[in-house]
Design a protein around this ligand. Sequence first.
Ligand code: C2G
Length: 128
Amino acid sequence: MKKIITYGTFDLLHWGHIRLLERAKQLGDHLTVAISTDEFNRIKHKEAYHSYAHRKYILEALKYVDEVIPENEWEQKIKEVKRHNIDVFVMGDDWKGEFDFLSDHCDIVYLNRTEGISTSQIKNDLMK
Ligand code: C2G
């Protein structure tokens, strides 16, 4: 079984997120998504509208997602790739190069980010 992992906040889930998850799943048989906890979002200087529990609940309902785990810190990726026997690490290409240190442990794929949609754009548009 070819295992894929990806990381993110996935707040106010939108079609750009779905396209990322869909393409990530197409790379293998099993997709694990590590969702940033509320505490880790503070470290990322991000504040999610939905709590970690609700973002987890939403992601677990998606047909592309097989498992959801918490992302608590930047440093957990190598440990997780090993623990979950991950074959491919996937991220949107806004992160291109940032996680190449994982190449000793798994393949790395940066997928094109979907233009024209983002959680911050949704928030800004709703405030108009
Ligand atoms: N994404 C995308 N297209 C968009 C918006 C997001 O492809 N229009 C992708 C991002 O590139 C990322 C994933 O969807 O791979 C999740 O996006 P965010 O929730 O914004 O994730 P981020 O805050 O960048 O967290 O350790 C890694 C971090 O946790 C990534």
